[in-house]
Ligand binder design. Structure first.
Ligand code: SF4
Length: 345
């Protein structure tokens, strides 16, 4: 294994540290950092405006990693799924969802996932490995460059809702967010980035203390037993603690939390469940996304009927909760929520 550093794994302060080690002024690192996130600087020789002496020193200790596209599929509804092959052969997927003239990019934070949610196709892959910051940011960079060159278009929002649990790859997720937000990097503001978690309670609080990005909680059930059945992580981080954490976030941090609730037929979609959910979230500053389940032959769950979903939403709305039903995009190419899984296992 090479000791060379991938420069796209480094935040700006880390790159500045490297410049100092190489006996170069910090300003060179700042110049280089902004070049790394502009189109096409995939080798040192393409960086015409950076000092040749600095580039020669960097060439000894580092390289500029780039993402390799394996496959791209487009759905009937315009959603595009990108599969990237990593240097070790693992595959990750990202999904670009255009809607009303805006583009949302759903990115992966791990290859596979260890959380074992019973309804999710990614969990059937098992856990392969954590992504490096460059592999997380690389998905955004690749697709942003493609959009810019094809249609002079850009990414409006980034959601960490692809493969993996971002808070189980906490340090690299944080570094990636740092690079995505740095004005010399990709310049995404807090409100343009959403980190979605299955409920790793201590890390949610840690993230909320140091970052203003949006936080989405995959709740999916309002009693411990059902949640543990469909999301085994609930044994380690119980629902009650997760709800207390959400309450603290909305009270102390004055954040609007996004609550995600997939409707599974006969499991969590009764009127009693809706009432319980409304009560559990009473007083929270939150928005509830109800998500019709995307069925898959390999998984045992079924989608609730539209009538049941609509009744469920009515109950939440009547209780004063801002609620929408989020319709799935890209299900014909297995790009919808919970459908990401590499075909090579
Ligand atoms: S739903 Fe998210 S956390 Fe759960 S197994 Fe799938 S990718 Fe992992």
């Amino acid at each position: 294994m090479s000791d060379l550093k991938n420069l796209r794994d480094l935040t700006l302060p880390e790159l500045e540290e490297l410049a100092v080690k190489l006996d170069e002024p910090i300003s060179r690192a700042q110049q280089l950092f902004s070049r790394l996130y502009r189109p096409l600087p995939n080798s040192f020789c393409q960086m015409h405006n950076i000092s040749k002496k600095f580039l020669a020193k960097l060439n000894e200790v580092s390289f500029i990693g780039e993402m390799k596209l394996q496959q791209k599929e487009m759905s009937r509804d315009g959603t595009t799924k990108y599969a990237f092959i990593l240097t070790d052969g693992n595959i990750i997927e990202s999904v670009l969802i255009p809607s009303n003239g805006r583009n949302t990019l759903c990115i992966s934070s791990q290859s596979g996932c260890a959380m074992g949610c019973k309804f999710c196709l990614t969990s059937t892959m098992g856990f392969k490995r954590n992504l490096q910051p460059s592999e997380i940011v690389g998905q955004v960079l690749f697709i942003a460059n493609e959009l810019k060159s094809n249609k002079n278009n850009y990414i409006n929002n980034i959601v960490f809702m692809g493969m993996g649990e971002p808070l189980a790859n906490y340090d690299n997720t944080l570094k990636a967010i740092n690079i995505l937000q740095d004005e010399k990097g990709l310049g995404f503001s807090d409100r343009k980035i959403t980190v979605s978690t299955c409920g790793i309670t201590p890390k949610i609080m840690e993230l909320a203390k140091i970052s203003g990005v949006n936080i989405a909680i995959s709740l999916h059930a309002v009693d411990e037993e059902t949640r543990t059945e469909i999301m085994p992580i609930n044994k380690k981080y119980p629902l009650q603690d997760l709800l207390s954490c959400c309450s603290e976030l909305s009270a102390n941090q004055q954040r609007q939390i996004l609550i995600e609730y997939i409707l599974f037929k006969g499991i969590n979609d009764s009127e009693a469940d809706a009432t319980k959910l409304a009560e559990a979230l009473e007083g929270f500053n939150c928005k509830i996304n109800l998500i019709p389940y995307n069925e898959h032959p390999a998984l045992p769950y079924q989608q609730s009927t539209p009538e049941v979903a609509s009744k469920f939403m009515d109950i939440l709305c009547k209780a004063g909760h801002l609620t929408i039903i989020r319709h799935s995009r890209g299900s014909d190419i297995s790009a919808a929520c919970g459908q990401l899984a590499s075909k090579e296992k």
